[in-house]
Design a protein around this ligand. Structure first.
Ligand code: 9MR
Length: 700
């Protein structure tokens, strides 16, 4: 080792410093893998040019015009006045702007017109397909006043076929005039899902099926990939409910439910049916008498209501008789504050307990292969649990065909405890029923006054511990528990964003970019790479199911999978890749890959841009240690962002090099994945040839 006083030493030191700073530049130029991407804004309307910027009235009489009366920024806004119906308002065609399957954030500032006082506004979308219109809310009822601006923000994914699609702002009721300004439409470029982490369904294969409640957006693109990778059971979050399947008496619509069932079939998943009978999401007509008036408790109305119930279950249950393995036949019928424990819903006030008896009897007839469940929330609360127990015991004694009890398990980071969850399950065992966890999620909040736009690390740690405590109980009772389902797929979309108040929540195992959270690692019984820094990349991460299943097994080095570092892992500053972990293709690249395969998939495409995911498979006998993938675009496409990689483009020639953590591709089938955004126009042909470190790869 040269001393600092020696000339040679000083030269060596200078060289070392130079090398280090060069390395620092290289490292700095590698984007942090998995870093939350910046949102991409695809449309804004500021009305500063004095026009309506393609916003137009929905009705035929209201006036939608540029206004200088007030402005959120600048000097102009868009005023809608002369409205004669609550649905009148400004609307913007977005059919050619949005990409099906991409979740966009819709944001607009709104203000009641001078003198209008306080007004309830909401932002909605209208989609039409072959003459049939559907309306969905993007932002629920929001109070705006004439004294200032209020932002309406919400997320929406166009997941259905559409030949018309527009966003609009309307009042919840009344015809007040209002302004809007600074509309924006943006999306977060999705990260590729982590393909090299253990699948939940594999980890729990010996225990119970693992499910997620989904809508059509969760069947598409990355979300569909995440669903298929981790879950072997699916519940329709809304698509099989009464309002979705029979909005008008005798008129059945199955478009969304069919799509979910088709996805489940294609991916070998079980389907939980949810739900025949509920006091919510049931159309008003169901409870109207023969004259169209709200039913009163008469014998005739009871007969009519039970006949409608029977017809509904015959139709919906019959349609999915071959597909649904478990039905939530009745949902949330317990009210522990009633002495008899029965919720005073319209179902109950018109029919007493007979709606429950009828529902189970008919369900068994039309869906004889499905297990029939009574489903409820807060079944860990002793008072509610015991009322439910009494009802199930009574109905079973009567011969009502109840097979199981569904525990929704909507909880939060501190509740319910493992002990409460344990007695919840233990209580029902003497009844000899199956038990399923049907709607599990874990809010990061413990009070309605809290709100975070990104989840603090300590909340995620508490959430992981909460999930682990529950799963320890589930595994303990795996002989009694026949399914465990999350109420949602990932944090990008959860009912808790609007309940009990509007704020972002993060209740599931995968984050807003579909990456595994600490809760995921806790549930599978492995140390979270977020907490401890990423492990070195490994080709196969399948854990021993028995190791991760044991309730008492604390993750040990041998029991834990050693996943490739997940993007979420690298969000932790302590997990930044070190230069030595970053094989550079120019330094020690394998000269030839001897059998690479490239799968290039355009996952999203809109009028000016597209997103592609690329998977490189090393089919050769030698590991690849650092790689550069090259191709030539034929139609002028220009890459403008990439993840899990760095990109360079010269003319039509694109070079993608590995990120710090995915440079090693194992021999004989190891893979590396990356994605990118690019512009295009006219034609967007896939590249015909790819080379990996100079060797030509096969396609597909
Ligand atoms: O996830 C559902 C959400 O999209 C609906 O707006 C909401 C309102 O009816 O219902 C949600 O699902 C509920 C489920 O059907 C029954 N248990 C409670 C769930 C969360 O509200």
């Amino acid at each position: 080792m040269p001393t600092l006083s020696s000339r040679a030493g000083r030269a060596t030191l200078a060289l070392l410093m130079l090398t280090l700073s060069a390395l620092a530049i290289v490292v700095a130029s590698i984007p942090t893998p998995g870093r939350a991407a910046d949102p991409v804004t695809v449309l804004t309307s500021d009305f500063e040019d004095g026009t309506g910027q393609s916003w137009a009235r929905r009705g035929t009489v209201e006036v939608v015009e540029n206004s200088t009366a007030v402005a959120h920024a600048g000097s102009r806004s868009l005023l809608t006045s002369g409205r004669t119906a609550s649905w009148n308002g400004p609307s913007r065609d977005l059919l050619s702007t949005v990409t099906r399957g991409t979740r966009y954030t819709y944001s607009v500032w709104a203000r009641a017109a001078a003198g209008a006082g306080s007004v309830q506004l909401r932002m909605s979308v209208e989609r039409r397909w072959q003459g049939t219109a559907s309306y969905e809310q993007v932002v629920n009822s929001t109070t705006v006043t004439d004294g200032g601006w209020t932002q309406l923000t919400g997320g929406y994914t166009l997941a259905n076929d559409a030949d018309f699609f527009a966003v609009y702002v309307e009042t919840v009721s009344g015809t007040a005039s209002f302004h809007i300004d600074d509309f924006s439409l943006s999306y977060l470029p999705p990260s590729p899902i982590q393909t090299d982490i253990p699948s939940l369904k594999t980890v729990f294969a010996g225990d119970f099926p693992i499910g997620a409640a989904v809508g059509r957006p969760q069947l598409l693109a990355e979300r569909g990939q995440l669903l298929a990778k981790h879950f072997n059971s699916v519940t329709a979050g809304n698509a099989m409910k009464w309002d979705a399947t029979e909005p008008t008496e005798g008129v059945f619509t199955y478009t969304d439910a069919d799509a979910i069932v088709a996805f489940a079939r294609a991916n070998g998943m079980k389907v939980r049916g949810h739900t025949f009978v509920w006091h919510n999401q049931t159309p008003a007509w169901v409870f109207n008498d023969a004259n169209g008036q709200p039913m009163t408790a008469t014998a005739a109305n009871k007969t009519l209501l039970l006949a409608r119930l029977e017809a509904h279950i015959r139709a919906v249950g019959g349609r999915y008789a071959d597909d649904v393995s478990a039905w939530d036949v009745v949902n949330e019928v317990i009210d522990e504050n009633q002495s008899d424990g029965l919720r005073r819903s319209t179902w109950y006030t018109i029919t007493g307990l007979d709606y429950i008896r009828t529902a189970f009897r008919v369900a068994r007839q039309v869906a004889p292969n499905a297990k029939l469940f009574i489903n409820d929330y807060n079944t860990n609360v002793a008072a509610k649990r015991d009322k439910l127990y009494n009802l199930v015991a009574q109905l079973k004694a009567e011969g009502v065909p109840i097979d199981g009890v569904g525990h929704q398990q909507h909880g939060n980071i501190s509740w319910p405890t493992g002990a409460e969850t344990d007695s919840m399950i233990a209580t029902f065992i003497p009844l000899g029923v199956e038990q399923q966890i049907t709607e599990m999620d874990t809010s990061i909040y413990t009070s309605s006054s809290e709100s975070f736009t990104t989840p603090p690390a300590d909340r995620l740690t508490s959430q992981a511990a909460r999930y682990k405590a529950w799963f320890d109980v589930y595994r303990k009772y795996k002989a009694n528990i026949t399914s465990v389902t999350f109420w949602g797929l990932a944090d990008d979309e959860t009912w808790l964003d609007s309940y009990p108040v509007s704020r972002k929540d993060f209740p599931l195992l995968f984050d807003v970019q579909l990456q595994a959270k600490p809760a995921y690692w806790a549930v599978i019984g492995a140390a979270s790479p977020t907490a401890s820094g990423p492990a070195s990349p490994s080709a196969s991460a399948a854990p021993s199911p028995s190791a991760s299943r044991s309730p008492s097994a604390s993750p040990s080095a041998s029991a834990s999978p050693s996943p490739s570092p997940s993007p979420s892992a690298s969000r932790s500053p302590s997990a930044s890749p070190s230069p030595s972990a970053s094989p550079s293709p120019s330094a020690s690249a394998s000269p030839s890959t001897g059998g690479c395969r490239v799968k290039y998939t355009v996952t999203n495409q809109w009028n000016t841009g597209f997103q592609a995911d690329v998977v490189i498979t090393n089919g050769g006998p030698a590991a690849v240690n650092g790689w550069a993938l090259r191709w030539t675009f034929a139609n002028g496409q220009v890459v403008n962002q990439s993840w899990s990689s760095t990109y360079a483009q010269s003319g039509a020639n694109v070079t993608i090099t590995n990120a710090a953590w995915n440079g090693a591709i194992a021999a004989n089938g190891g893979t590396a994945s990356f994605g990118f955004l690019s512009s295009w126009s006219g034609t967007n042909a896939k590249p015909a040839t790819f080379t990996l470190n100079g060797a030509t790869c096969v396609l597909g």
